[in-house]
Design a protein around this ligand. Structure first.
Ligand code: FE
Length: 333
């Protein structure tokens, strides 16, 4: 072989090896914990051969890290929970919009950002839970009615510092305006049985233990607790079935602004919206698939069907600052 040909052959091999490696990997930053995402990634790698590297952390440090790394980030995808957090990532400029007919077809627009910076992958209802010993479902009707005198000293709430409650309040503001929402929230605060809780699970346990009679939490916390303790004396109630429906939020993902493997990340994201991946992704956390063609797990279906609020969930981000100020004014700690 002539020296020049040898050089060309060597160059081609290197380029191929480098190209294959670059295109064949996806790096994910995830605030969803290992055990809820690894089986999904393993299934994708088994199907396509594409390796997925991921790190997990809370959403705020992950977004800060993406900002700090800028153009040098190794991350291609951000996975996090709550439209409020995804909206924050969008505002921080760490996501790039994607155009995908597959995602458009699989995920309803109310579960996506309007500039397509992120898409929902699974849904969770933030609904009313009640004591089966002290409350009849017929006494319950709406989120708003939990502000009635009837519930004085009987309501449990999680802290207003948690994005889940900020998102719920943001959608109330979108529905009712500020003044009426503040009245409702003040009513809730007046009805509290005890200090606000640090997490949803402790709140459900407090209902079970008799510390309060009703509360508002995400459905998957109930799913986990009920699985561990089938005798739990707590059940979900689906409020606002005569009007807008139950507040639903999501876990979702976007492609990072400076993704080194943006095309590969888009393929992964598209796959995550398909029937094959949706049952797995949602089922691992007892959530509802964001793709409406995919049925929920049997455990989740056992909770019954309900009408969900059709409000575009990105309003949770748009009105987040307003919600935080309102909750503070209303005395929700
Ligand atoms: Fe959660």
């Amino acid at each position: 072989m002539q020296p020049s040909k040898r050089l060309l052959a060597a160059f081609t091999l290197t380029a191929l090896a480098g190209g294959a490696q670059a295109a064949d990997e996806v790096v994910v930053y995830s605030s969803r914990i290992d055990e809820l995402i690894k089986p999904v990634f393993d299934a994708y790698t088994a199907k396509t051969g594409v390796p997925i590297k991921f790190i997990t952390d809370k959403e705020a440090p992950l977004i800060a890290r993406l900002k700090a790394e800028g153009a040098n980030t190794p991350a291609d995808m951000l996975i996090t929970v709550d439209a409020g957090n995804l909206w924050q990532a969008e505002q921080a400029g760490v996501l790039q919009p994607f155009k995908s007919a597959t995602i458009d077809a699989n995920i309803p627009s109310q579960s996506r950002s309007s500039p397509d910076s992120w898409t929902g992958l699974s849904l969770r209802a933030r609904t009313i839970f009640y004591s089966t010993e002290r409350v009849k479902p017929s006494e319950l009707s709406t989120y708003e009615a939990l502000a009635d005198k009837n519930w004085e000293g009987r309501l449990c709430l999680r802290t207003s510092k948690k994005v889940y409650n900020q998102s719920l309040t943001a959608t109330l503001i979108e529905t009712h305006g500020e003044a009426k929402t503040e009245e409702i929230i003040k009513g809730w605060v007046n009805n509290l049985a005890t200090d606000v809780f640090a997490d949803d699970t402790a709140l459900l346990q407090a209902i079970d233990a008799g510390q309060c009679d009703v509360g508002i939490t995400n459905t998957y916390y109930y799913g986990r607790l009920h699985k561990a303790n089938p005798d739990l004396k707590v059940k979900p109630f689906w409020p606002n079935q005569q009007d807008r429906g139950v507040h639903v939020n999501l876990a979702g993902a976007g492609i990072t602004k400076n993704a080194p493997h943006a095309e590969a990340a888009k393929k992964l994201l598209e796959w995550m919206t398909t029937e094959e991946a949706q049952a797995l992704f949602a089922g691992l956390n007892q959530e509802f698939p964001a793709n409406p063609k995919v049925p929920a797990s049997e455990e989740v279906q056992a909770w019954g069907t309900f009408k969900a609020d059709a409000i575009p969930v990105e309003v949770a981000g748009k009105r987040q600052a307003q919600a935080i100020m309102l909750m503070d004014r209303a005395g929700w700690n």
